[in-house]
Design a protein around this ligand. Structure first.
Ligand SMILES: Cc1cc2nc3c(=O)[nH]c(=O)nc-3n(C[C@H](O)[C@H](O)[C@H](O)COP(=O)(O)OP(=O)(O)OC[C@H]3O[C@@H](n4cnc5c(N)ncnc54)[C@H](O)[C@@H]3O)c2cc1C
Length: 495
């Protein structure tokens, strides 16, 4: 007989995982169905990692409310779940009278939204805070910050799993129907598995429109906005003590020079509407544009410092005139009872994710009483980063476990012990990129040139699989597909 869940969440990005974790505070049987082989292979792993202050959104919108709430809770959350977060502050810089007025408007809007720590600062104060920037004044948002989006998503998912949530990867939802007699949702995946649940939650990110249609809530128009970025060497990190943004419009945040929690500088984004929600290539003309625009506010970009480019796609819900809409979070009792439908969760979805989750659960609790899970444990410990420890702490770890004494990734100084913990992660995600996102191996200057083969050998050994079974990221992305020369042949040739 089919297993009956209380809640099935479709999509295991930061929003689906935040909902899973918040729901695990209650005595509920919960599963997450995720199309990919890990939790942050779509937008939650392809963003800027900025914890936004909440000033850039129209007053009265969910974007404004949930961003401000999400920002407030980020410090405590990061501590509880052990992911990197720094309240660095952020500046929006300008030069002209018009830009000064616009920043004043943004600041007043922020105050209405409940964002705190906003002020206008002059050139002297700006250069004291960010000496490397080129601008005459700025709006400072003291409460903005930066976080590691991979580890935040992984942390939420691991904590949800610790509290009983099942994660099913490689489970693309292809059909949903309401079984009339039993009042349950029957959810089918691409591999033909069927799940039954009393509640369904659409947290499918770029797939939100399709899932909404499957639930019977039709008509949402979703377009993609594709953003290309350049990642620069950590060498430049000290020159960007906080994210540097230009003056935003209502629809575009503007070019920014920002920094990751590991000290890489990011230049971006472009913003191009697209119907292709799975194409992540970066275009040379966009990279050239980013270089020119970034140099206007931060004249330190050297092409020799480029280490990689990437892109992300925002799922924007638009009306018939193409106007971008607010987050939609709804329960349509008339069309799809016991289903929570999240549509158009674009930026600031990362900052707002846990606030979104609490908002979702409040809506569900208006319709059903959930008994508290008295065993809920909201803490989670991540993999200790050897490279960030003092020499004494490093020595102590090596004494306890000699695998800490073996470096696998030289650029980011990731040890064998860390890679082993990542391979045996609690969610059971087993791709090479899963190891990368958990440890930073392959993220340094050489982009895996040195460590990639070592990691694939470790995956092979630890999981007892053949080289051809190793997956790089997406299902079917096997880096090895055959044998060029057998061991026996190699031995014969060596004799
Ligand atoms: C370039 C860029 C920069 C950004 N910068 C910031 C920032 O600095 N700060 C901020 O707050 N926000 C930022 N955002 C927004 C933020 O990243 C997103 O709002 C957030 O990650 C959305 O999370 P999600 O879980 O809804 O979506 P996703 O991470 O896309 O997760 C949805 C999941 O659903 C899965 N899925 C889809 N269809 C199906 C299906 N049929 N069956 C099963 N699973 C399915 C997908 O595989 C995916 O894993 C940025 C976004 C972009 C693109």
């Amino acid at each position: 007989m089919q297993k009956l869940y209380d809640v099935i969440i479709i999509g295991g990005g930061v929003v689906g995982s935040a909902i899973a974790r918040e729901l695990s505070r209650y005595r509920l049987k919960i599963a997450v169905l995720e199309k990919n082989l890990d939790v942050c292979f779509e937008t939650s792993g392809r963003n800027t990692g900025v914890c936004h202050g909440g000033f850039a959104y129209d007053p009265g919108t969910l974007k404004a409310k949930l961003c401000v709430e999400g920002n407030r809770m980020m410090g405590a959350l990061a501590q509880e779940l052990d992911f990197p977060f720094k309240r660095t502050g952020k500046v929006l810089v300008g030069n002209t009278d018009e830009e000064y007025e616009q920043l004043g408007r943004v600041m007043r809007q922020g105050a209405v939204n409940g964002a705190t720590g906003l002020s206008m600062i002059g050139e002297e104060e700006l250069h004291r805070l960010v000496p490397s920037v080129q601008a005459k004044f700025a709006m400072l948002s003291r409460n903005s910050g930066i976080l590691d989006p991979f580890l935040m998503t992984i942390a939420l998912a691991e904590n949800a799993h610790k509290n009983g949530v099942e994660y099913h990867f490689d489970s693309e939802v292809t059909g949903i129907r309401r079984s009339g007699n039993e009042n349950v949702w029957e959810i089918t995946t691409a591999h033909g598995d069927t799940y039954a649940a009393r509640w369904a939650v659409n947290a499918a990110g770029l797939g939100c429109g399709k899932i909404s249609d499957m639930l019977g809530i039709r008509g949402y128009k979703i377009i993609g906005s594709k953003d290309d970025y350049i990642i620069l060497d950590q060498r430049l990190g000290a020159l960007v003590p906080m994210p540097i943004y230009t003056v935003p419009s209502n629809t575009y945040m503007g070019i920014h020079v920002t920094i990751t929690t590991d000290g890489n500088v990011l230049l971006g984004p472009t913003a191009e509407d697209t119907d292709n929600l799975s194409y992540y290539g970066t275009e040379q003309k966009n990279l050239d544009y980013l270089y020119q625009e970034a140099m206007k506010i931060w004249p330190h970009v050297k092409k020799s410092d480029y280490i990689r480019t990437y892109s992300g796609i925002l799922p924007k819900w638009v009306d018939d005139n193409g106007k971008i809409q607010d987050f939609k979070i709804e329960i349509r009792d008339d069309l799809a009872p016991n289903a929570v439908n999240l549509v158009g969760i674009e930026s600031p979805g990362l900052t707002a994710s846990v606030a979104i989750a609490r908002y979702v659960i409040d809506m569900m609790k208006e319709r059903e009483h959930f008994a508290e899970n008295v065993d809920f444990d909201g803490t989670r410990k991540g993999i200790t980063r050897f490279a960030l420890l003092t020499p004494q702490e490093q020595d102590a770890l090596i004494q306890k476990n000699p695998d800490y004494g073996e470096l696998v990734c030289r650029c980011e100084k990731v040890t064998k012990a860390e890679i082993l913990q990542a391979i045996h992660n609690p969610l059971g995600a087993h791709t090479m990129v899963s190891v990368k996102y958990r440890t930073r191996c392959m993220m340094g200057r050489c982009q895996g040139g040195y460590c990639q083969m070592r990691i694939s050998s470790m995956l092979e050994k630890e999981l007892g699989i053949r080289p051809t079974e190793i997956t790089y990221e997406r299902a079917g992305s096997h880096p090895f597909f055959g044998v060029v020369r057998s061991e026996a042949e190699s031995r014969r040739e060596a004799q």
